[in-house]
Design a protein around this ligand. Structure first.
Ligand SMILES: Nc1ncnc2c1ncn2[C@@H]1O[C@H](COP(=O)(O)OP(=O)(O)O)[C@@H](O)[C@H]1O
Ligand SMILES: [Mg+2]
Length: 289
């Protein structure tokens, strides 16, 4: 069964990329799952983090990015999306044998916003009103993303900040939406606004909030998390502010064991993984081939 997980928040800098990366490595290394990471953010930090600059730039030169994929198949036809996948990404290896975990990536590029505009122009006659055109685009993006079902156990979709048609497409494609947030003054309003938009969508998807960059000894952070979690269901773990987690965003040319990569952040990676397994067990969403 393939589980589609969108990591999303309208706000930038809250830990979408950090969360996506932690989930990708934990599912693939700790859970021995086949993982596909789709980077939908034009900033491309997930692509660079998971592939390194060199391989990511090469993918752009070869037009093997998510923007190229979405542009190529703006019609209704099936396509060879295999062309867009970078296999065995990441900078972690598994003992014994130091083999690479099963993590594939479809990278983003700085051109993605531009591509999205091109796709919109191509589809501008797709409906009588702009809302209908947007609906059609989002449905098409969701359809393309879901075409990976059956090939992977886990598809992680790292969303851009803001709510573009691509972001909505990913949310529509998702069985699960994980919403990282920083427990600061704007958190309750920001998370609340985003979740109310999600609840207005058709279909059912499980949505969980995930506090990140938490100062564990801060009463202010604890109070804000209490308020947010009274209103919106938390995934469970709290991701502390840790230099080790910030450093883990850096791609290393030579691969390393997962415990070396995450260092003091490793217990958080493990608790995130366990919480996802519990979520899967208690909700049982996903797509059979
Ligand atoms: N738990 C954490 N501890 C320390 N730094 C973090 C943590 N989570 C994220 N960061 C840092 O915050 C910045 C934004 O995180 P990122 O995951 O890129 O957010 P987003 O993808 O939502 O824009 C990055 O520099 C990252 O290293
Ligand atoms: Mg990001």
């Amino acid at each position: 069964m393939t589980k589609f997980i969108a990591i999303s928040n309208r706000r930038g800098g809250v830990g979408k990329t950090t969360g996506t990366m932690m989930l990708a490595y934990s599912f693939a290394v700790l859970g021995f799952q086949r993982v596909l990471v789709i980077d939908l953010d034009a900033q491309s930090s997930t692509s660079i983090t998971m592939m390194g600059h060199e391989r990511w730039r090469h993918a752009i030169d070869c037009t093997k990015t998510i923007g190229d994929l979405l542009l190529e198949i703006y019609g209704d036809e099936e396509t060879g999306f295999e062309n867009y996948i970078a296999h065995y990404a990441g900078d972690v290896h598994i003992a014994p044998g130091n083999r690479k975990p099963d993590i594939d990536v479809i990278p983003s590029s700085f051109e993605l916003d531009h591509r999205e505009r091109e796709i919109m122009l191509m589809n501008s006659n797709a409906g009588p009103t702009i809302d209908k055109v947007f609906d059609k685009l989002q449905t098409r993006v969701a359809q393309i993303l879901r075409s990976f079902k059956g090939r992977y156990d886990i598809v992680l979709m790292d969303c851009p900040p803001g709510l573009s048609n691509v972001a909505w497409g990913a949310i529509k494609a998702a069985d699960y939406v994980i919403v990282p947030y920083i427990p600061d003054m704007t958190a309750e309003d920001n998370v609340g606004w985003f979740l109310s938009r999600l609840s207005a969508l058709d279909g059912t998807r499980e949505v969980r909030v995930l506090p990140n960059r938490v100062q564990l000894n801060s009463p202010a952070h604890a109070g804000i998390m209490d308020s947010v979690h009274n209103l919106y269901q938390p995934l469970g773990p709290v991701i502390p502010a840790r230099t080790a987690l910030a450093n883990a965003l850096e791609f290393r040319a030579s691969s390393q064991p997962i415990r070396t990569k995450f260092g003091l952040g490793m217990p958080t990676v493990e608790s995130l993984f366990r919480a996802m397994l519990v979520l899967f067990e208690t909700t049982n969403r996903g797509s059979h081939q």
